[in-house]
Design a binder for this molecule. Structure first.
Ligand SMILES: [Zn+2]
Length: 388
């Protein structure tokens, strides 16, 4: 790591280590989108951004950060790889056009351990439309991305490890437009169903971290969790948008749609497959909880109004109480029911009478916060179900 981003040593480093890198091996030949005499930039790896590249001079490169289509919510994802043939100072400017810088840059040398780039090496213009990363590159490969890269393969590997030995089924519920298998995990048994989803939106990895903490808690080896699994059917969707993730999209699948706006019309194979499987599992079962983990600019839970027609609507005030009691800065809550917008929580209430919620983690939530939210949601659910 010597020489790389030397300024970052002044930062109190929070480093993120995913279990499996699933990135292209540094030795893998890349097709650069542009190159200086000492550094080449490429994007042909899973989650690689849709960047255009312009060499300004040997020290300065501009990368455009275009969305996959418009109109689209502002979630400007970037991910690129730099191969340096020598020690190199390079300024890479991310050009967001009319949208604004959102995700703070992270880097890895080995594809496993990620660290934030020091804020002092990230210069953002007044309008927030351009961010320049001052890089001090060591020879070799460096990946830079808006969040530590979390591929679909890594998500599945992690869930499989968690549910191993617990009798969970791996269910392929369809194929994406690009032909990727759409895979869910179902286990436990009983008259009540719990559904947990994350990553409908590719860059939202702090939401995925809270999902993982939720799953780990439910799969714990203790009496409460064992009893919960023995009396509930649990259905997990860790990667419902594999094409969007692989293609480095901001929001959409490869059918040009935001999947979390398609739960009413159900025009895409991803949403069709997911809802068919949920309906199959919900047959003769009550869906007592429906949790969809996302990320945005703050910690907030979107919930239906508390007088909504759901037999387990009182789980929501109980969950709020537990989060308020268990966190110094608990998530805000926002109550609405707008199924016509096609989001998952609206569908859950309309179709299953389930108290569906969207759990949003701050884009910059640290590991402690994502862990805490996921664990409290799981603990609250297990306690509520044991008492009701
Ligand atoms: Zn989202």
């Amino acid at each position: 790591m010597a020489g790389l981003l030397a300024h970052s040593r002044v930062l109190a480093l929070t480093c993120v280590v995913w279990a499996a890198p699933h990135l292209v091996a540094p030795s893998h030949a890349q097709t650069p989108i542009c190159a200086t005499a000492t550094a080449s930039i490429s994007v042909d790896f899973p989650t690689g951004g849709r960047h255009g590249c312009r060499i300004e001079d040997e020290r300065n490169i501009t990368l455009t950060v275009p969305p996959e289509g418009r109109p689209i919510n502002s979630s400007p994802w970037y991910a690129f790889r730099i191969d340096a043939s020598a020690r190199t100072r390079l300024n890479v400017t991310l050009d967001y056009d009319y949208t604004e810088h959102r995700y703070p840059p992270h880097f890895t040398r080995d594809g496993v351990t990620w660290r934030p780039i020091a804020p002092s090496d990230v210069l953002i213009d007044d309008a927030n439309h351009r961010a320049t990363l001052r890089l001090h590159l060591a020879p070799g490969t460096t990946f830079i991305a808006g969040q530590p890269i979390l591929t679909t393969g890594a998500m599945h590997d992690w869930v499989r490890t968690q549910v191993a030995g617990e009798g969970f089924e791996t269910i392929e519920y369809g194929r994406s437009i690009d032909g990727a298998p759409l895979v869910a995990y179902a286990g436990g048994d009983g008259p009540e169903l719990v559904v947990a989803i994350t990553r409908q939106h590719p860059p939202e990895t702090t939401g995925a971290a809270a999902f993982r903490a939720f799953v780990a808690r439910i799969m714990s080896d203790n009496e409460q969790a064992r009893a919960f699994r023995a009396s509930h059917r649990i259905l997990l969707f860790p990667a419902p948008n594999p094409d969007g993730v692989a293609r480095g999209h901001w929001r959409w699948n490869n059918g040009g749609l935001d999947l979390n706006r398609d739960w009413q019309r159900l025009t895409q194979p991803e949403t069709q497959g997911m809802t068919s499987l949920i309906l199959r599992e919900a047959e003769n079962r009550a869906t007592v909880a429906f949790l969809d983990f996302h990320s945005t600019g703050r910690n907030v839970i979107y919930a239906p109004p508390l007088d909504s027609p759901s037999p387990t609507i009182s789980f929501l005030p109980f969950l709020r109480q537990q989060l308020d009691a268990g966190m110094r800065t608990p998530p805000a809550w926002s109550y609405n029911h707008t199924p016509e917008t096609g989001n998952s929580k609206g569908w859950a209430l309309e179709t299953l009478a389930a108290p569906g919620i969207t759990v949003e983690l701050d884009d910059i939530a640290n590991a402690e916060t994502t862990q805490r939210v996921g664990e409290i949601v799981a603990d609250a659910l297990m306690q509520y179900q044991a008492a009701n």
